[in-house]
Design a protein around this ligand. Structure first.
Ligand SMILES: Cc1cc2nc3c(=O)[nH]c(=O)nc-3n(C[C@H](O)[C@H](O)[C@H](O)COP(=O)(O)OP(=O)(O)OC[C@H]3O[C@@H](n4cnc5c(N)ncnc54)[C@H](O)[C@@H]3O)c2cc1C
Length: 475
């Protein structure tokens, strides 16, 4: 029997385990165990429904239609259960000079947006004629400044990057954080030409030209890990923490404590935990690999969720939400209008809002108490959205070091990690810290990790003379 242990039952670990069980050749005697510290799987992707309100701990939505996510949803019987975000969620706002204004969502809107001076708008027209990058690993700020002009960075890029990464465009690597844009430039020499080519290709395929809607589930994103966990059954060890790791022949021995105390032997081991936990486990096995993981930067965020009766909110909340430019000098990074995006997640007449604090911009804010963070978020939401009175409920969710930052040098750091992993052919790392942070990225990379694991274990089985030919190699 070939034993694979996955440590971490967040989206990445669950997707890896699910694809392992589904893609393994039927004649492979494979045992998969997922060790998850918490009783409730999902990691950051967990939801609590209370009094008709869905509280999301982390992600609010995903795309779901991308191939690996769709195959997973189909396989666990959730494909027909997704709900689409309201059309108004396509509108994103930015707090600009004290007022909420729409972020341009098309080239035409960009050219007419009053978020940019006329000079900056004229500069946009030069984009198709700007040369390719000379520097290999450019920051997001440098990339946009070079292609679209300096003014777009504080006006548009910084709010966008804050909304997704809680990061700093001057530090984030365009290759690491926005690889598709870097590819557009490389392949087409210009974002405009690349976007046009992509638009034409979509039309040729008969696909709609509008961006696909974000999706969730009636009970929130937590339905996804719960359904994967149900499908995995006994393979998931809930409430079990991987406490220590040791080499065991060509594999590993994982000491588990919590709901069960035992030693799991693994022919192949997947670490799908946040980097700090992976590092702590790996330090005794390979301190150099542990040290390399330590080089991956992270930011922490806190999410303050608050509800008010809708008639107390003067703003129509007809958008996904807003982000605050750094120049606005606000404590919150922005807020999502959760009850507008997914009206199913709040009772009629309730405005459910979700403000984010911290990030690279204000890391020290996370040292403050929950009461302090709540008071700050409530004060600023009331001011920006014109809300009267106190919220009817508030909740704080913290994610210290919860947002990986793909800063400049990220690809080099990944190459160093891959180099170290070559010394450990039966060890695999997956999750948000490496090659994509979104839920869809974690599922895609979980599927890829499962393929790598199967290739490795099947190769070993073949070398051990178990008669597994080329036909059985990899999914
Ligand atoms: C506030 C916030 C909002 C977000 N919004 C979105 C969004 O709207 N859309 C989107 O696509 N993405 C969003 N993201 C990103 C996305 O949610 C995460 O990147 C993704 O869920 C991370 O999944 P993961 O499996 O890599 O890690 P985690 O979810 O962190 O899972 C790791 C798991 O490992 C377990 N673990 C750790 N140590 C051990 C151990 N020693 N033994 C056993 N188990 C262990 C943990 O308990 C946890 O369950 C958001 C993230 C945050 C923080």
């Amino acid at each position: 029997m070939i034993r694979v242990v996955v440590v971490g039952g967040g989206i990445a670990g669950l997707a890896t385990a699910w694809y392992l069980t589904r893609r393994a050749p039927p004649d492979l005697d494979l045992s998969v165990r997922v060790v998850e510290e918490e009783r409730d799987p999902g990691g950051k992707a967990r939801s609590v429904a209370d009094d008709g309100v869905v509280l999301e701990r982390g992600p609010l939505a995903f795309l779901g239609h991308v191939p690996d996510s769709h195959a997973l949803l189909d396989g666990i019987g959730l494909a027909g259960r997704t709900i689409a975000a309201a059309p108004s969620a396509a509108r994103r706002l930015v707090l600009h000079e004290g007022r909420l204004r729409p972020l341009p969502s098309s080239p035409r809107a960009l050219l007419t947006s009053d978020l940019l001076s006329w000079r900056a708008r004229l500069r946009l027209l030069r984009e198709p004629f700007v040369g390719r990058a000379k520097e290999h690993d450019e920051s997001v700020a440098a990339f946009f400044s070079r292609r679209l002009g300096e003014e777009v960075v504080p006006a548009l890029v910084e709010p966008f990057v804050t909304g997704i990464w809680a990061g700093d465009p001057a530090r984030l690597s365009v290759l690491g954080a926005l690889p598709r844009l870097a590819l557009l430039e490389r392949e087409h020499g210009s974002l405009t030409r690349g976007a046009l080519a992509a638009w034409r290709a979509r039309r040729r395929r008969g696909a709609g030209v509008a961006a696909p809607a974000l999706r969730s589930f009636p009970g929130g994103m937590g339905e996804l890990p719960r359904a994967i966990a149900d499908d995995l059954g006994d393979a998931l060890l809930r409430g079990c923490r991987a406490a220590t790791l040791a080499r065991d022949g060509s594999g590993y021995a994982v000491e588990v404590e919590g709901a069960r105390t035992e030693t799991l032997r693994a022919d192949a081991l997947v670490l799908a935990t946040p980097v700090d936990a992976a590092r702590a486990l790996l330090d005794p096995v390979d301190p150099d690999l542990g040290a390399t993981l330590r080089t991956l930067p992270h930011a922490g965020v806190a999410v303050v969720v608050a509800t008010w009766p809708s008639d107390r909110v003067r703003h129509p909340l007809d958008a996904f939400g807003f982000t605050c430019r750094r120049a606005e000098d606000r404590r919150i990074l922005g807020a999502i209008f959760h009850s507008s995006v997914f009206p199913e997640h709040a009772p009629d007449g309730t405005a459910l809002l979700r403000a984010t604090l911290g990030g690279v911009r204000a890391p020290r804010l996370l040292d403050r108490s929950d009461e302090d963070l709540t008071a700050t978020a409530v004060r600023e939401l009331r001011d920006i959205l014109g809300i009267d009175g106190d919220p009817t409920r508030t909740t704080v969710m913290r994610h210290p070091r919860g947002m990986p930052q793909y800063d400049r040098g990220h690809l080099g750091r990944l190459a160093a990690i891959d180099g170290k992993l070559r010394e450990h052919p039966n060890l695999f790392l997956t999750g948000a810290a490496y090659r994509g942070t979104s839920v869809d990225d974690c599922i895609r990379n979980g599927r890829k990790t499962a393929s790598h694991v199967l290739r490795q274990v099947l190769g070993e089985a073949t070398r051990a003379g178990e008669g597994r030919g080329e036909r059985g190699r990899g999914p």
